[in-house]
Design a protein around this ligand. Structure first.
Ligand code: L14
Length: 348
């Protein structure tokens, strides 16, 4: 049998913020695409999207859409994934799912290639792409854990609006304009579409991303906590998270406190392991005011780390600032990397 050199792909959620990025990156990265099927809800079907100079009409996703598909990239929300990912698998496709639907399912690998690529091979048809805030954090934590051991992580996030989708971007834009023109701001979507209350995001900070859980944490915070342990194979790692939305469009920033196992380390020791780590760019020089920001990280694939400091009270404690484009490494690029490694390692 001759080996495949190009694959039949489907993108589910093709008109969404992440879907659009995926299509753009499949083209930029010259992913070996044989055919590309663009799928969406009934509502967005009929739109056309250009891929490699060809106009493709978006179709409403149904189980039969996946006949003949090798790899299906899902980012149309959890309920679509729950309904259609098993249908895609039944028809022989491998699914890379960008929603929270299957992430904590024991049978589903949850993967950031720089951290746990090997987990991909145990897939049973579905591989989950982690939450955006989790991805960039574990990419930075992995080299530290590998070199020095890791006991504790406390993170506060500064998250972009685009994580909540194109409609949320529009809400920020409209509210900003209204505020500057002296009009009343209308809040209809954020912090969470469909939740009881809405607050303006423009010129504000909202300490709620995704819905509240019974323990008082939000689902976004619990995703960061649970997913980090799963990806890093560190059930005993102590993790706490506070997730906050800020009024900018792109990239999540995170203030991360870590407690390493090894005693006596200095900032330079952390720099050493971070500067050579896969997918990480160290931008850390207080003397020249060098550090990453959401704007400097936008449209880039890597995870940027700066502001590494040793805690002033705890010899094992360090503080870092971690920034990455939430739609690229946080979503589209990590998804495509998983698909690439499925192919490269013959794990399809
Ligand atoms: O869990 O609103 O993949 O910014 C990530 C983005 C959940 C919503 C996930 C947002 C989503 C989140």
């Amino acid at each position: 049998m001759t080996e495949k050199t190009a694959y039949n792909l489907a993108v589910v959620g093709a008109t969404g913020a992440v879907g659009q990025k995926i299509i753009e990156m499949l083209e930029d990265k010259d992913f070996p695409v044989q055919t590309l099927k663009l799928l969406s809800s009934e509502r967005s079907a009929g739109k056309t999207i250009t891929f490699k100079n060809t106009e493709i009409t978006v179709e409403a996703a149904v189980p039969e859409s996946f006949d003949g598909v090798d790899i299906a990239l899902f980012s149309a929300g959890g309920s679509v994934s729950k309904q259609l990912a098993p249908e895609a698998v039944k028809r022989g496709a491998v699914v890379v799912d960008n929603t929270s639907a299957f992430r904590m399912d024991e049978k589903v690998p949850l993967v950031v290639p720089e951290v746990n690529e090997g987990d991909i091979q145990h897939h049973q048809g579905i591989i989950a792409n982690p939450n955006c805030s989790t991805i960039q954090m574990v990419a930075a934590l992995k080299p530290i854990q590998a070199a020095f051991g890791l006991n504790r992580v406390i993170v506060s996030t500064y998250q972009a609006v685009s994580g909540a989708g194109n409609q949320a971007n529009l809400e920020l834009e409209t509210q900003s304009r209204d505020y500057l023109e002296g009009n009343e701001m209308k809040a209809e979507l954020l912090p969470v579409k469909g939740d009881e209350k809405h607050y303006p995001i423009a010129f504000n900070a909202l300490p709620q991303i995704d819905v509240f859980q019974e323990n008082g944490y939000t689902f976004e915070e619990m995703k960061m906590i649970n997913e980090t342990k799963k990806i890093m194979h560190a059930e005993d790692l102590s993790v706490a998270a506070t997730c906050v939305r800020l009024p900018f469009f792109t990239s999540h920033a995170e203030s991360v406190y870590v407690e390493v196992e090894k005693a006596g380390l200095q900032v330079a020791d952390l720099w050493d392991v971070l500067k050579d780590a896969e997918g990480i760019i160290l931008e850390d020089d207080p003397a020249t005011q060098t550090y990453p920001t959401p704007q400097s990280a936008a449209n880039k694939e890597e995870v940027f780390v700066g502001r590494v400091r040793k805690d002033l009270n705890d010899d094992n404690g360090f503080h870092l600032w971690v920034v990455s484009d939430n739609l690229i490494k946080g979503a589209a690029w990590n998804t495509i990397q998983i698909a690439e490694r499925l192919i490269q390692n013959k794990w399809l």
